[in-house]
Design a binder for this molecule. Sequence first.
Ligand SMILES: O=C(O)c1cc(C(=O)O)c2c(n1)C(=O)C(=O)c1cc(C(=O)O)[nH]c1-2
Length: 250
Amino acid sequence: MTASREEFEARLRQIGADRYHDKHPFHHMLHGGECTPAQVRAWVINRFYYQASIPMKDAAFMSRVEDPALRREWRSRIEDHDGHGENEGGIERWLRLADAVGLDRSYVASKQGVLPATKFAVDAYVRFVREKPLLEAVAASLTELFAPKIHADRIKGLLANYDFANDRSMSYFQRRLNEAPKDVAFGLKYVLDNADTQEKQDACAAALEFKTDVLWSQLDALYSAYVAPGRIPPGGWQPGTYELDLRATA
Ligand SMILES: O=C(O)c1cc(C(=O)O)c2c(n1)C(=O)C(=O)c1cc(C(=O)O)[nH]c1-2
């Protein structure tokens, strides 16, 4: 039976409560100040691959939308990451974080050294959005319902625990606190309005679960390579390389 709007929203929120990556041990280490400089750098390098792919997945989405009103609503997501006018954009703000943690930003931007599993997971998200029904593609973006809390926790945790954290290096997350709620309010309304059969509701819930898997797998890959057992796969970034000597610039 088709669930009511309220029941369906509660079902989607429960997926976040059960499966969002704020529960991953790597995030607990990161926010709790337990990561070594190399582990923080590995996270910045790998997570850049996600950042860089988000506007590509949003462009893939828009290329399939026939309704100009929906495209108009969606296009700010690309500008949020790529920049527009005075706004330098999320990709540039992420590279500032790379500078602050002592990495060569051109290496980070080159996407070399990204773990294979990170690439597989993120590429699967872009492909999902390119190929699946638009409703499911929007549903997959709804992990952002849960992102403001993790961003707020991260700003607080990193500022308290790491010397590199300051207003400038944290500007990516600070800015997302304003951008994400607007995107997710639109996305949630779109999904609740359009998932009007049980089949569509089930497909949206599956899309959101798939997305939580995309996020979780990236952290599993990081943990396995840089925490335990510490087995870096061929091609993965090796600590001690592409690092800046911060003393030279201090
Ligand atoms: O730091 C995070 O935990 C996190 C998670 C997510 C997410 O839930 O997918 C996004 C972001 N950050 C983010 O910064 C971002 O721009 C973003 C866009 C999207 C999306 O699916 O369109 N998710 C996320």
